[in-house]
Design a protein around this ligand. Structure first.
Ligand code: SF4
Ligand code: SF4
Ligand code: SF4
Length: 303
């Protein structure tokens, strides 16, 4: 089965549209940068709160609430309502760190990519699940301490991790908060001035190493961070695999050519899922498979 030019053009157009929507979402979430007043949006994406942002990611807010001994009903409601209807759609159409990964993937598309086996995919994902569970546990422990009145001691013991244990180390925080703040406070000269950099604390370099590791990962594994390590992806994957909106395969049209699997940026084994709906925790509803299918067999499904 050959892949028709029309299908490649369809996919390129769709990807451009997606990048456009992601870019608009990025601007909406960073309106403070343009001195427009803050509004609160809590979306299932990675977005640390800073002086630039108008919104905070649901998992970032969840940690902040847990560590201040508040039951995180708001972020949980956003996770469950959005996940039940749209699944992980915001990962493809709204997340700024997803946009960053797509841009890196596009710029490095000539580099040979690593396609993990199902087993290694599952093993790496377990690391992400461990990180997610560990983060929630640490946040709950901090919250209990704060609730018992030991706020000062807890804050001193956990230091930079005392408000948002995962966000503190997230590569998205480094990209969207740490680097912009460096420019904002010191200007571009300070960023490239070795003397100034020497004064930056060790925590900066730990974040830098994690960010650099994440960057290498996403160069070789498309959306590698989203596939395995992002807590939002882990949570939304579990809620969203049974979402109302999804993609499915029309078996009367499908010729089993496998092109849909080849183009899927999340490595979903589409043909091994029930044709009525792809029920994968990895599917982010990017619709690449729909645009690429030469037989129009991939369809958007509702309910
Ligand atoms: S899984 Fe990826 S796209 Fe989704 S919230 Fe996390 S970083 Fe963003
Ligand atoms: S759904 Fe389309 S792209 Fe996927 S195997 Fe069937 S015909 Fe090929
Ligand atoms: S299965 Fe289709 S819609 Fe889902 S992530 Fe893969 S290409 Fe995108």
């Amino acid at each position: 089965m050959t892949w028709h030019k029309k299908d490649k053009v369809n996919m390129t157009k769709l990807r451009l549209l997606r990048i456009f929507v992601q870019f608009i979402m990025f601007l909406l979430m960073n309106l403070s940068f343009f001195l427009i007043g803050a509004t609160w949006l809590v979306l299932p994406v990675v977005m640390p709160k800073s002086i630039f942002t108008t919104s905070e990611g649901a998992f970032d807010l969840l940690q902040r609430m847990l560590t201040t001994a508040i039951i995180p009903l708001v972020p949980l409601a956003f996770f469950f309502i959005i996940g039940a209807v749209f699944g992980r759609m915001f990962c493809s159409w709204g997340c700024p760190f997803g946009l960053f990964q797509d841009i890196i993937g596009f710029l490095t598309s000539k580099i040979n990519k690593y396609e993990p086996t199902k087993d290694s995919n599952d093993s790496y994902r377990q690391i992400g699940e461990f990180i997610t569970g560990g983060t929630v546990l640490v946040a709950v422990v901090i919250g209990i301490g704060v609730g018992l009145g030991d706020t000062e001691q807890i804050r001193a013991s956990f230091g930079v991790f005392s408000e948002q244990p995962w966000t503190a180390l997230s590569p998205a925080t480094f990209l969207f908060t740490v680097i912009p703040l460096l420019f904002y406070w010191g200007g571009i000269e300070s960023f490239f001035n070795l003397n100034t950099l020497g004064q930056i604390d060790i925590f900066f370099w730990i974040r830098f190493i994690i960010f650099a590791g994440g960057l290498i990962l996403i160069i070789y594994v498309p959306r590698g961070w989203c596939r395995w390590f992002c807590p939002v992806g882990i949570i939304m994957g579990q809620i969203g695999k049974n979402s109302m909106i999804g993609v499915g395969r029309n078996i009367t049209k499908c010729t089993h050519c496998g092109i849909c699997e080849d183009v899927c940026p999340m490595g979903v084994r589409i043909l091994s899922h029930p044709p009525e709906k792809v029920r994968s925790e990895h599917c982010t509803l990017c619709l690449d498979c729909v645009a690429a299918c030469p037989d129009d067999a991939m369809e958007i499904k509702y309910l």
